[in-house]
Ligand binder design. Structure first.
Ligand code: DC
Length: 229
């Protein structure tokens, strides 16, 4: 990070799986004309690469090397790695669970840190994940901790999978979500937690438009507040 990049505004959104971070972050980025970082996609890509080349999900050194060498492009809504479009592949539950496992290793997180910070480009960035507010962009202009009950998140995930024609069981999804929450929150390095200066937003009873409007309002208030200093 240098002085030029730290003046670029960042809206950092953290929260558990299926809290709606991705949709909200994308919509907010679109409304402001900002760049968008789906940091979970990077961890999912490491898990996918490991599964493809046969690296064990418990081999920290080999996983960190994969993370370091990750060849990835985010282009026109698609995620491309080594000339392969993997936008849908990385959304599978296997990659999600694998991502949560590889993300627990400090060396993997360290290998992805600079890559994530490089997304901070003018006119601004909306970044979402688990440690955007605490580790990757601690100086973010606005920090949001987006939550929703586990039941509602399992229901959302169930609907998404059904829409894609993927068979799913809501009880299994709920169990997997709880397990993933536990692993993401209990790990020793960069656990999922609300930053002291983050605003908490419970999306359980809210529609997408309402949440997006709330985030944009908070952002505009922050910017207006800092201009009056
Ligand atoms: O947001 P997601 O479901 O695509 O993330 C997949 C996994 O990656 C998640 O279970 C934990 C991990 N992750 C992380 O540790 N830190 C991030 N900033 C983003 C994701």
């Amino acid at each position: 990070m240098n002085a030029a990049t730290t003046t670029v505004p960042v809206i950092a959104i953290d929260g558990p799986s299926a809290s709606g971070k991705g949709t909200i972050a994308e919509r907010v980025a679109e409304a402001l004309g900002f760049h968008y970082l789906d940091s979970g996609a990077l961890y999912r890509l490491v898990a996918l690469a490991a599964l493809q080349v046969g690296v064990g999900l418990d081999d920290e050194t080999a996983l960190a090397a994969l993370a370091e060498d990750l060849d990835v492009r985010f282009s026109g809504g698609e995620i491309v790695t080594s000339d392969q479009i993997v936008t849908d592949n990385i959304r599978s539950e296997v990659c999600g669970i694998g991502a949560s496992q590889v993300a627990a290793f400090p060396a993997v997180r360290q290998a992805l840190l600079a890559r994530q910070r490089a997304f901070r480009e003018a006119p601004g960035l909306v970044a979402e994940g688990r440690d955007m507010t605490t580790v990757v962009f601690p100086d973010a202009t606005l920090k949001i901790f987006l939550t929703a009950s586990a039941e509602i998140r399992a229901e959302r995930r169930y609907k998404q999978l059904k829409e894609k024609g993927i068979d799913a069981n809501i009880r299994t999804l709920l169990l997997e979500l709880r397990e993933r929450d536990e692993r993401d929150s209990a790990r020793s390095v960069a656990p999922l937690q609300k930053a002291a200066d983050a605003r908490e937003l419970d999306s359980s009873g809210l529609g997408i438009e309402e949440i997006v409007r709330q985030v944009l309002d908070w952002y505009r208030q922050k910017v207006a507040g800092s201009q009056h200093l």
